[in-house]
Design a protein around this ligand. Structure first.
Ligand SMILES: Nc1nc2c(ncn2[C@@H]2O[C@H](COP(=O)(O)OP(=O)(O)OP(=O)(O)O)[C@@H](O)[C@H]2O)c(=O)[nH]1
Ligand SMILES: [Mg+2]
Length: 417
């Protein structure tokens, strides 16, 4: 037993039950909690994954009994995109900040290999944003708009045959990141007997592929029975509608067909009421809690480990945040120093190389200069010689010229005689 465990056991053993001799007042804690929660309002974020036109928006309208005024998605998008819309809803005095995230273009690409990636990235991005807020020095978590996904409604195509590989791959990638509730969309298109077979085939395929879907909690006495029976009902086969028809004195969401009407809220027609009951009325808080305590915790653990933080060292001794930080800091500084040294060496090397290069250029230039200079001197010498010769020739010419004129003069005089 480690020292900490021994200490903890001692503390536990020292716990004593005491009787109060009068009313103190901490029995109002639950009410304080309720009023605080009501004051702050609740946040709930739903992710709807399903192929285009599978009835995602209609089901959301039906679930929250409103019109979110969504527009149909195009079928020709090259990649899957996620679109989030946030709404403020109020029922009695309880405010709900609801975010519905929709997959746009899911299942429309020929190559569906990367379809789940956008979804995984989106979920991780919300976890990361929360983690960053948590790590801030000046945190404002009480007013922070938490966008982490609390539940993922996975819309299964009502083929009657089983799951598509896209469904299995995507759900497998997501099952450690989000609470998945698979639902059979447009369940009015499957016959009653086929639906039972379809449901068990889906569950069988999910189990065979190790996909863990969200289980309604059975650890609380008050919801044990209902949640147990609802877990056995999965996946819920749902129908949605935006059309209303008067049934008795109540307007009911209904899908009208030539052969009859499907009432969304009629439990004999589909599992819509069961889904609403489980999702909104019974287990919303459990999903919020599981998102924080299980999925986010896992993400946080992985991310902090990735950043180099750890709770225990190699000898299993506890390591404080500060120790890890200081160790990280010193290795970082060492790395920096090493990088700086490397850069300095590199710089010196480069300077030397450049110097040698410049010297070589200078030498070449000098050589060229000397060569030109020599050429120039030769030229000058030649010119000098040519000039000298010219001057000699000129002198010779002048001498001869004067000689000639002297001869002609003496010759002229002797002729006269
Ligand atoms: N048969 C049947 N049709 C439905 C059901 N729910 C919706 N539809 C119809 O399916 C069509 C598409 O419904 P939407 O709710 O817009 O589907 P979506 O999944 O939001 O579509 P995108 O957002 O474009 O991907 C509409 O014509 C709906 O009336 C249902 O439960 N059963
Ligand atoms: Mg839609």
């Amino acid at each position: 037993m480690s020292a900490i465990e021994v200490q903890r056991t001692n503390v536990e053993n020292n716990l004593r039950n005491l009787k109060l001799s009068g009313h103190v007042g901490f029995d109002s804690l639950p009410e304080q909690l309720v009023s605080k929660s009501i004051q702050n309002g609740f946040i709930f974020n739903i992710l709807c994954i399903g192929e285009t036109g599978l009835g995602k928006s209609t089901l959301m309208d039906s679930l929250f009994n409103t019109s979110f005024e969504s527009t149909p998605s195009p079928h020709n998008l090259p990649t899957v995109k996620l679109k989030a819309h946030t709404y403020e809803l109020q029922e009695s005095n309880v405010r709900l900040k609801l975010t519905i995230v929709d997959t746009v273009g899911y299942g429309d690409q020929i190559n569906k290999e990367e379809s789940y990636k956008a979804v995984v990235d989106y979920i991780d991005a919300q976890f990361e944003a929360y983690l960053q807020e948590e790590l801030k020095i000046k945190r404002s978590l009480s007013v922070y708009h938490d966008t982490r996904i609390h539940v993922c409604l996975y819309f299964i195509c009502p083929t009657g045959h089983g799951l598509k590989s896209l469904d299995l791959v995507c759900m497998k990638k997501l099952d450690t990141k989000v609470n998945i509730i698979p639902i059979i969309a447009k369940a009015d298109t499957i016959s009653k007997t086929e639906l039972q077979k379809f449901k068990s085939k889906i569950m069988q395929e999910l189990t065979a592929n190790g996909v863990e879907i969200y289980q309604f909690p059975v650890d609380d006495e008050s919801v044990l029975e209902i949640n147990k029976s609802m877990n056995a009902h999965a996946p819920f086969a749902v129908v949605g509608s935006t059309d209303f028809i008067r049934v008795g004195n109540k307007m009911q969401r209904t899908r009208q067909y030539p052969w009859g009407n499907v009432q969304v809220e009629n439990e004999a027609h589909c599992d819509f009421v069961k889904l609403r009951e489980m999702l909104i009325r019974t287990n919303m808080e459990d999903m919020r809690e599981k998102t924080h305590c299980r999925h986010y915790e896992l993400y946080r653990k992985k991310r902090l480990e990735q950043m180099g933080f750890t709770d225990v060292d190699s000898e299993n001794k506890p390591v404080s945040f500060q120790q890890t930080f200081e160790a990280k800091r010193s290795t970082h500084l060492q790395e920096l120093q090493q990088k700086e040294d490397e850069m300095r060496q590199m710089f010196v090397l480069r300077v030397k190389e450049k110097e040698a290069e410049l010297k070589e250029q200078e030498r070449e230039l000098q050589e060229r200069f000397d060569k030109h200079k020599r050429g120039h001197q030769d030229e000058k010498k030649k010119l000098e010689e040519a000039r000298k010769k010219l001057e000699d020739d000129l002198m010779e010419f002048n001498r001869r010229k004067s000689q000639f004129s002297y001869h002609t003069m003496t010759l002229g005089k002797s002729k006269k005689k």
